[in-house]
Design a binder for this molecule. Structure first.
Ligand code: NAD
Length: 294
């Protein structure tokens, strides 16, 4: 068997186009322009690239993009004051504080200061609680992107065996909650799981979010399973060029899976598209407007 490749780049492009149409509708019918504020503290090069891409994509979708670049020496109080201003700014419907923050700033204090209604990353404890209890949460962008790809591929997920490898608050745990909501039988594997190959071997759906290059062996995958590889690992080649690989041994997994996301070009592009989608959702909820179906 050779797995179908799930093209996250093409899927994300369609989703962004969809969001742009929603934004055009909101502007025309409701005089509402969704706005996303992105805050970055310090000069971390990877974060700078992410933030630039987020701002560009926001503008391309026709939304307002508010960029706040703060120096690395910014104090926690100064950052919290900015978050407070953004919470109270009616033009801002979504707030994203780029992580990681410099060591002297407590990340949880900042995340918890963001209004849950504007928390388009879905990291606030209120949104985590709403997701866990079946409420109207803002859903973290990366797991949301994974779920959209799974539903596009498989349709109804009800009753399927799903294994999520990784239990972080930003990927693994919300991913497990989303799959549970879809009526999957969900197992969460992590660094203390005893027999990972056996656990993975029974899964119809494998979502890998570990951060270890090609750790999940192709031969562990059940024939025909759908594999979503969230991992982004940078390897340096002998020629000095960097190469990105996922958490799954792609070539081996391809010969067993029914479908698999590549790295790069799988989950990554979906994350930004879902951030835009969440900003539209947040704007609609804040204005009591039904999300346009386009
Ligand atoms: P994390 O470091 O917070 O969590 C890693 C998880 O992996 C932990 O829960 C740990 O228990 C588990 N783990 C570690 N070693 C293990 C092992 N040997 N066996 C089984 N489980 C093990 O990481 P994270 O923030 O959840 O991110 C995971 C990966 O996803 C990283 O590569 C990250 O770069 C990537 N990521 C990608 C996107 C995207 O947009 N594509 C977004 C977020 C994270």
């Amino acid at each position: 068997m050779t797995a179908d490749i799930i093209d996250g780049k093409a899927f994300a492009a369609r989703l962004k186009e969809n969001v742009a149409q929603q934004v055009a509708h909101l502007k025309e019918q409701h005089n509402l322009t969704p706005g996303l504020a992105v805050v970055i503290v310090g000069e971390d090069p990877a974060s700078q690239i992410y933030v630039r891409n987020k701002n560009k994509s926001t503008r391309e979708a026709g939304m307002n993009s508010f960029e706040h670049r703060l120096p690395a020496e910014t104090t926690q109080e100064e950052l919290l004051a900015l978050v407070d201003t953004l919470n109270n700014d009616p033009a801002v419907h979504g707030i994203l504080v780029q992580l990681p923050l410099p060591g002297h700033i407590e990340e949880n204090a900042v995340i918890d200061a963001i209004s849950p209604a504007k928390d388009v990353d879905g990291f606030h404890v209120i949104n985590a609680g709403l997701l866990a209890t079946g409420g109207n949460a803002m859903i973290p962008c990366t797991p949301l992107g994974c779920l959209l790809m799974l539903k596009d591929r498989l349709g109804d997920l009800s009753g399927l065996e799903a294994v999520v490898i990784g239990r972080s608050n930003i990927v693994g745990k919300p991913m497990a909650q989303l799959l549970l909501k879809e009526n999957c039988t969900v197992t969460v594997a992590h660094s203390r799981t005893r027999d990972l190959p056996q656990v993975i071997g029974r899964a119809d759906i494998v979502v890998a979010a570990v951060g270890r290059p090609e750790m999940i062996q192709g031969e562990w995958i059940k024939e025909g399973a759908t594999v979503i590889d969230v991992g982004i690992n940078r390897l340096s080649s002998p020629d000095g060029k960097n190469r990105l690989v996922g958490d799954v041994e792609f070539e081996g997994a391809r010969t067993r899976a029914g479908a698999i996301t590549p790295v790069p070009g799988g989950v990554g592009p979906m994350t930004i598209a879902c951030l835009l989608k969440n900003t539209v959702t947040a704007a609609c909820r804040q204005h009591g407007v039904t999300e346009p179906e386009v």
